[in-house]
Write a protein that binds this ligand. Structure first.
Ligand SMILES: [Zn+2]
Length: 364
């Protein structure tokens, strides 16, 4: 497969979390930062050395001593926070974005984010809640009112601070080429995980800074944001297909070991969603008809946990994920959806035309 200059893939699933500045390609350092009380355990930011300064991919989560860990890690390679000229942020989730804003406050670094995140940032500042109203309403419409109730009664996290969610200095658009002194990066729009998610592609070094779009060990959540798209999973699968129009690269993900193949992992994620689509369709065949009922019938995580064994937060993610799969099946005309008085119901589409009929071009 041979990515030139690529370091060996870290085999241990957790060793990527060890603090420090780890050189993962020429002039590229991976720096894990803390994520207290979060199942993801750590978030990696990448420091790119460029003409004596640093460009950061993602900022980390402005929490606890994260900025201190970043500073100590940069010191290992002879740099300080003041050397960061700009932060390119893959998406507006708190573990990627909030510390970019904090760094700007400290050092004046220029912060850039995908234009598709604008509405979510704005809504986050308006509502300052961990459980965005748009998303919660969607869950209720799909029969998961009890899960929403549990979440609202559960342990409360400290309120959000509007200052963490300030707008970036500039918005990135799809295909924008960011010319640095020693490399050029292309911002590629990859909606799905969030609407405005961007990856940063270095075709010359064959590196892909993939944020949460492609993760090596887990499947990213889909459409967990205040302003979800109509079909987050449809968008996500298209964004995975788009990876094959770029060269195979060494993955530089935000969570997990770096160095895997972008093509191999995009293929594996597409295969995973094909299996989940088939399982979701089978759940409806077996009688499930709301998003909540389908989620309750499916196995969860690679360990096949039952829905009932998940905590309310993960149940919320699971229902959201199931709705995303149901909506792709509806878009493919395998299911129909009906908004009843209580909740949206899905049923098998008995009038579904075989796909080859349409592929033959008879229906134009
Ligand atoms: Zn994320």
């Amino acid at each position: 497969m041979g990515h030139s200059g690529q370091r060996p893939v870290v085999q241990d699933k957790y060793s990527w979390e060890e603090p420090g500045a780890h050189e993962v390609a020429d002039g590229v350092y991976r720096i894990p930062l803390p994520m207290p009380q979060d199942g993801l355990r750590a978030v990696s930011v990448y420091a790119l050395v460029d003409a004596g300064q640093l460009v950061l991919i993602d900022g980390g989560w402005a929490v606890g001593n994260s900025v201190g860990v970043l500073e100590a890690s940069l010191r290992e390679i002879g740099f300080g926070l003041a050397d960061i000229s700009q932060v390119l942020v893959t998406h507006s989730h708190r573990d990627h974005y909030t510390q970019a804003v904090a760094l700007r406050r400290l050092t004046g670094a220029h912060v850039r984010l995908g234009l598709g995140e604008q509405a979510s940032l704005c809504l986050t500042r308006q509502h300052l809640t961990h459980f965005p109203a748009g998303l919660m309403d969607r869950l209720v419409r799909h029969g998961a009112g009890a899960v929403v109730e549990q979440l609202r009664k559960g342990p409360q996290q400290p309120p959000l601070d509007a200052g963490d969610w300030a707008d970036p200095d500039s918005w990135l658009s799809d295909g924008l080429v960011i010319e640095l002194s020693e490399r050029s990066l292309t911002a590629v729009s990859t909606p799905g995980h969030t609407r405005g998610h961007m990856i940063f592609y270095d075709p010359e070094a064959k590196l892909m800074f993939s944020g949460d779009h492609i993760l090596p060990h887990i499947t990213p959540s889909i459409g967990f944001e205040p302003d979800p798209a109509a079909s987050p999973l449809g968008d996500y699968m298209s964004s995975l297909e788009a990876m094959f129009r770029l060269e195979d690269c060494a993955l530089m993900p935000a969570h997990g070991a770096s160095g895997g193949s972008s093509h191999a992992r995009a293929r594996a994620l597409l295969d995973h969603h094909d299996v989940r689509l088939a399982q979701t369709l089978a759940a409806v065949k077996d009688g499930a008809c709301t998003g909540m009922e389908a989620a309750a019938a499916l196995p969860w995580t690679s360990r096949q946990h039952s829905f009932a064994s998940l905590d309310p937060f993960n149940q919320m993610i699971a229902v959201n994920e199931t709705i995303a799969h149901l909506d792709v099946l509806a878009a493919r005309k395998q299911l129909t959806s009906q908004a009843g008085s209580a909740a949206i119901h899905y049923s098998l589409n008995t009038e579904h035309e075989p796909l080859n009929y349409r592929q033959a071009g008879i229906n134009t």
